[in-house]
Design a binder for this molecule. Structure first.
Ligand code: GDP
Length: 449
């Protein structure tokens, strides 16, 4: 569904290189691609707009960390923002069901016909029985579809929960109240009420479920929606959200082609947390919702996200700021600083280690061979600096021919290599002077060659 987002982002990741910051202009192109991809994926325009605005606000001015390119860093921002929009910002408990009520906790299921309500009731009953040791009763208030009541009876039996029988001639509200009464008398912890859906949004259906809601006052009202619906998910979600005080969403059929774009739209329209996802027809195919995992699934950027995470962890921001401060204050960039920069690069997982984490199509683009060489070179440079005395590191101009020979012997390299390292150091030193410490990250990237 959002394959294009992955492809479009990949394209921009390749083109956005060699800049130290995310700025208006270098993020503009990438954001245009993100916007197009989301629109192509049938995410509603207001949801897209809101999303793009948030990403832009967060991205611009963000320092690009160490070994990342601006494109990769922006993917990181997009991922975090996606996770937030999916509910990561609601906190880890948002996807939990609420049981803070006098038992039974009533769960009312709402959604169109075919969305997966009945199946989800079965899955939920199984989940609550097995994971939370709840005594569960189910009931169907669907008196329209002939097979509906029997279908719920079957799935309830399959998961070993209790079933409250109803008749197609009964009224939905009466059925629900009778089941509630039964659940109270038999000490059920949870009563799950399946309701009638229609093929499309229907005023009578909305009134009926609103009446059911008013009668049983459920602690959870879950909107069940098929992830395969594109733009339609928005309209349906809006209609149900207007008619009912929803407490959460169940996104079904995520095992199909859908990559979760509907999650974005539904969250935008309802503002309610997605609590579960359906990932199989089978009754164990229900998963507690994880916003971050969904964001990663939508992005489809494989391990680029792991890479961003690693860089984020590895970078020693304080050290970089200290150095920037020192240079700004007229301090000299010496070989100790140079070495600190090198070890910073290594801490971020090693350059070739980072390349290994990229998805295949990026590995090619990043030309693994030169990265590998770069890493070896970094290690040799560190070896050379290690062979120097503290005085030499602090005052590199002391290093004349005889000292060079001694250092080369100590590091096990040729004198030419010591010279090359020193000239690289001098290049960086003069660059640092020009940058006045402002472009630490840029400099580190230029090191990779
Ligand atoms: P209802 O009309 O809302 O009660 O929908 P049903 O529970 O009858 O489900 C409609 C169809 O979707 C059935 O064939 C289910 O097996 C299927 N279904 C429901 N949830 C999922 C899911 O998470 N994954 C897959 N693959 N199929 C599902």
């Amino acid at each position: 569904m959002l394959d294009n987002l992955t492809q479009r982002l990949a394209k921009v990741v390749k083109t956005m290189r060699g800049e130290a910051r995310l700025t208006e202009s270098n993020t503009a192109e990438m954001l245009r691609e993100v916007r197009l991809a989301l629109l192509e994926a049938d995410v509603a325009l207001p949801a897209v707009r809101e999303f793009i605005a948030k990403v832009k606000e967060k991205a611009v001015g963000e320092e690009v960390i160490g070994s990342l390119t601006p494109g990769q860093a922006l993917v990181g921002v997009v991922q975090r923002e996606l996770a937030d929009i999916m509910g990561a910002d609601l906190g880890p408990d948002a996807s939990q069901l609420n049981f803070a009520t006098q038992p039974p906790a009533v769960i009312l299921m709402a959604g169109l016909q075919g969305a997966g309500k009945t199946t989800t009731v079965g899955k939920l009953a199984k989940y609550l029985r097995e994971q939370q040791r709840k005594k569960v009763l189910t009931v169907s208030a669907d008196v329209y579809r002939p097979a509906a009541i029997g279908q719920l009876q079957t799935v309830t039996g399959q998961v070993g929960a209790d079933f409250f029988p109803s008749q197609p001639t009964d009224k939905p509200v009466d059925i629900a109240l009778a089941a509630l009464d039964y659940a109270r008398k038999h000490y059920h912890d949870v009563l799950i009420i399946d309701t009638a859906g229609r093929l499309g949004i229907d005023e009578a259906m909305m009134q009926e479920i609103a009446a059911l809601h008013a009668a049983v006052k459920p602690i959870e009202t879950l909107f069940v929606v098929d992830a395969m619906l594109g733009q339609d998910a928005i309209n349906t979600a809006k209609a149900f959200n207007d008619a009912l005080p929803l407490t959460g969403v169940v996104l079904t059929k995520l095992d199909g082609d859908a990559r979760g774009g509907a999650a974005l739209s539904v969250r935008h329209v309802t503002g309610k947390p997605i609590k579960f996802t359906g990932v199989a027809e089978k009754l164990d195919g229900l998963e507690a919702f994880d916003p971050t995992r969904m964001a990663n699934r939508i992005l489809g950027m494989g391990d680029i996200l792991a890479l961003v995470e690693e860089a984020r962890k590895g970078v020693d921001v304080a050290a970089a700021q200290d150095l920037a401060q020192k240079i700004k204050g007229g301090g000299k960039f010496d070989l100790n600083d140079f070495k600190a920069q090198l070890s910073q690069m290594k801490k971020m997982g090693g350059l070739s280690g980072l390349v290994d984490k990229l998805p295949a199509q990026f590995q090619q683009a990043a030309s693994g061979a030169s990265m590998d060489q770069a890493e070896k070179q970094v290690r040799r440079m560190e070896g050379i600096i290690n062979a120097m005395t503290p005085a030499e590191r602090a005052k590199p101009e002391l290093i004349k021919a005889s000292r060079k020979r001694r250092i080369a012997a100590g590091a096990g390299v040729q004198v030419q290599e010591v010279n090359r390292m020193l000239s690289q150091f001098e290049q960086m030193q003069s660059m640092m002077k020009k940058l006045k410490g402002g472009g630490m990250m840029k400099m580190m990237r230029s090191l990779k060659g």
